[in-house]
Write a protein that binds this ligand. Sequence first.
Ligand code: IMP
Ligand code: MG
Length: 414
Amino acid sequence: MRNLCIVGLQWGDEGKGKIVDYYADRFHSVVRYNGGSNAGHTIVIGKKTYVFHLLPSGLLKGKRLLIGPGVAVDPQTLQEEVEMIRREGQKPNLLVDGRCTIVTPLEKEMDSFIEKLRGDRAIGTTKRGIGPSYAMRALRLTPRAGDLERGTFDLSSAMAFYRTFLKKLPSMEGWTDSAKASLKGVVGDVGEEITETNEAGHSVLFEGAQGVLLDLIHGTYPYVTGTHTLASYVPASLGIPATSLGDVMGVAKAYATRVGEGPFPTEIHGKLETLIRETGREYGATTGRPRRVGWLDLVALKYAVKMNGVSTLALTKLDILTKLKEFKVCTHYNVRGTETDVFSRALPELDSVKPVYLDLPPLYGAELTTARLHRPMEKFVEFLEDEMKVSVSIVSMGEERTATHQRAARQARA
Ligand code: IMP
Ligand code: MG
């Protein structure tokens, strides 16, 4: 079986955690390849809700967990999550790449400092130090996981650098020792292990964090995260051949959400906004902030599907649409009087585009059965497949592992 990458197609929070957990059984290992503890991956099993920021979502299935060199690792979060899993009676089978960028309290302080500087142009970051840590990486001022574990680094240049900006540095007392302790015995070479796993005939699952529209280069800059979110970052960051990427499953929510600032053409305000937020429990898993909500944006989705080379789609949170008496999707943008469905053309002026909507038959009250899709839901899924030109292989209708409908390929169904 080929490797599989599960990637978010919107602004994050598409429900990737659930989908990764659902598929993890079929794979030997689950690999995080981007982002850091800005991510919040939620998995619900029975009455228990788990949120992971750093550990790959395969951990509840007892999988080998790999954190690749492209991830910004906050040793404190790592330790907290490992302890949480231990309390559940499990021992995470973890490997952290020695080349991972380390997040220290200095980067978190800097994150808040820069946000303040920006004033009303603040990004609305998660304040987890993600942007600053990748910047420090590029400046070659930050330790990597391996440097920390071996004790072959010196934070003095970084501290001197930060002193030029920050009046008061956060206390670093005891930080090095506890960071070192959290990495003890788990640092290694993730790329090499993936290659060996594949050579032994086993496949791995790459778990994306955030979504395409938050990509540092291809997203809605500057309202983006500090790293790359595309599936094509998998081989580059892990140092494995491009051909090892395997299949790409894109995860899209049946409506849109965005947490933080930045353009959001299909944003909804008012009563419907509240209804969607409350029904969909749209609050940030990392920061608890209310998420902005909007209609599904097919212009942006098409861009994300194409750019990732998505081979199959997972559609999530359809149950929320069954509580709404209207249902719209945005098919085009009106950009200064001209209609386009090419996202990259509209991107420089995304703030001012006007969404052109198509009204679809509401799914209000549609029955939620996982054995087969209720007729109006099936119609919508087929519509989406025609628009995106890829098949939907999984439809999620609730937070629970079991609230999942697996679809046969369209040709086979016909
Ligand atoms: P940062 O990644 O903390 O620098 O935040 C930059 C932007 O990305 C902000 O708008 C955040 O709200 C957003 N963001 C970062 N991580 C996630 C995520 O996992 N889900 C949703 N939004 C995120
Ligand atoms: Mg999330």
